[in-house]
Design a protein around this ligand. Structure first.
Ligand code: ASP
Ligand code: MG
Length: 431
């Protein structure tokens, strides 16, 4: 049994959905679990819809109409003359969205986000399911919300593995093709939750873990796991075989290929993960497994943009030690801050944050009651894993933008001021 995950880019239009169908058709595995993301950039459009709904109501209806048109266009392309019955099903989903917009009384942004944004995955899975069946690839549609059980931490929900595994095993029995949604689950109160942006990889791993899959493949629009993001770097190398640990580290530092939580469930059951290009399915891509193929000779470069650097010191110059550190962390957690780097000296404590959930201003107000705080916004966190002499030489060029540096024997991390721009990376690998 295999688990296949298709991300937004790999199901962004009719052509790519047909490509997905071919990949499934050419595979003669007895049992395939297909996990799909929302189509194309739907999640971003849904986020935009949530913003309108919670802030201004501006263009709310137009935005919803655009999302609908995007899906119905794909659907018409896929089913041509016979699209009426599928259109009806999709209409029902839009009625549900509409009902939520009219009746919702809840103010919590994160709650609203999950209830609405999750429809992206529902829509894509319905359309693909109908399409596969229409071309003779009989499949079963599984609602991930009735399988993946989480807590109530909306937008970054934590999975209850025990309950989830039981439910998945109950819903997915016997051979065949099953299709379910990535990214979404539900909590005890039966409200929809999401697992964090790009969370579909994680969903695929959860299904694979529960079902003891023989492998997982993540189909992407890149060759596999690369040693740098091709959007910013001009020469990239494919990492052909890496260990789970290495992949976890890379994901942690922000390599955007795999959702960071994906690897743990696979590692526990020793399930290999392939990352392959849906454009050339016969090419090998990357294999992530327990074997430790050293990548020490290939430095990997990862940049996280738009982060916040806080330098926190005590007002009376006393040491920042246990009690104060624990106070700082309780505040960081209260405002849902993602901490991405920590550095401390006797009297100051620096952290790099991802202000993903927008709580920065409130956090600063609270921190400033007790501490002296300096803030640098729009900084970047630049990580070089397995750095070598050549990396060090190139990094010298960034000297003027460096606000903070941290080094272990394997990893070099720099916090760079907002002066540092994408253009600075181009040509980075040239000697
Ligand atoms: N659709 C979600 C997102 O774009 C989840 C995923 O694609 O993994 O973040
Ligand atoms: Mg996506």
């Amino acid at each position: 049994m295999k688990v296949y995950k298709f991300g937004g880019a790999s199901i962004k239009d009719c052509k790519s959905i047909k490509r997905l169908a071919n990949i499934i058709r050419n595979d003669n595995c007895d049992k395939i679990i297909l996990i799909v993301s929302a189509m194309g950039k739907t999640t971003n459009s849904m986020e935009d819809l949530v913003l309108s709904y919670t802030k201004s109501f501006k263009n709310l209806r137009t935005k919803l109409e655009l999302i609908k048109t995007f899906h119905t266009d794909i659907l018409k392309g896929l089913f041509q003359k016979n699209h009426q019955s599928v259109l009806k099903i999709v209409d029902l989903v839009f009625n549900e969205i509409d009902k939520f917009l009219r009746l919702n009384k809840e103010n919590d942004y994160n709650f609203i986000y999950d209830q609405l944004v999750s429809y992206g995955e529902i829509l894509s899975s319905i359309i693909i399911y109908e399409f596969l069946n229409s071309i003779g690839l009989k499949s079963k549609w599984v609602d991930a919300r009735s399988c993946i059980i989480t807590d109530e931490y909306y937008r970054d929900a934590n999975v209850d593995f025990e309950k989830t595994s039981k439910l998945i095993k109950r819903k997915i029995k016997g051979e065949g093709i099953y299709i379910s949604q990535g990214f979404i689950g539900s909590n005890k109160k039966s409200f929809t939750t999401t697992l964090g942006r790009e969370g579909s990889d994680y969903s695929a791993a959860i299904f694979a873990h529960a079902l003891n899959a023989e492998m997982v493949t993540i189909w992407k629009d890149v060759r596999g796991v690369l040693n740098a993001d091709p959007r910013y770097f001009n020469k990239t190398k494919l990492l052909k075989k890496i260990s789970y640990e290495e992949a976890i580290e890379l994901a942690f530092y922000g390599a955007s290929v795999i959702h960071p939580k994906t690897l743990q469930p696979l590692k526990k059951k020793n399930i290999p993960l392939f990352v392959k290009s849906f454009l050339s399915p016969s090419k090998e891509g990357t294999l992530i497994s327990k074997q430790d193929f050293t990548v020490r000779n290939i430095p990997s470069h990862i940049v996280k943009w738009n982060r916040v650097l806080l330098k926190i010191s005590s007002k009376d110059f006393s040491f920042i030690v246990e009690k104060k550190i624990s106070l700082i962390f309780s505040m960081l957690s209260k405002y849902k801050m993602k901490v991405e780097l920590i550095q401390n000296s006797a009297i100051s404590f620096s952290v790099v944050l991802n202000n993903k959930y927008g709580g920065l201003d409130e956090l600063l107000d609270e921190l400033k009651e007790t501490f002296k705080v300096s803030v640098d916004k729009e900084v970047s966190l630049f990580t070089v894993r397995h750095f070598n002499q050549i990396s060090l030489k190139h990094i010298k060029k960034l000297n003027q933008s460096i606000l903070l540096e941290q080094r272990t024997h394997k990893t070099l991390q720099l916090v760079l001021s907002k002066k540092f721009k994408e253009e600075n990376l181009f040509g980075f690998f040239e000697r």
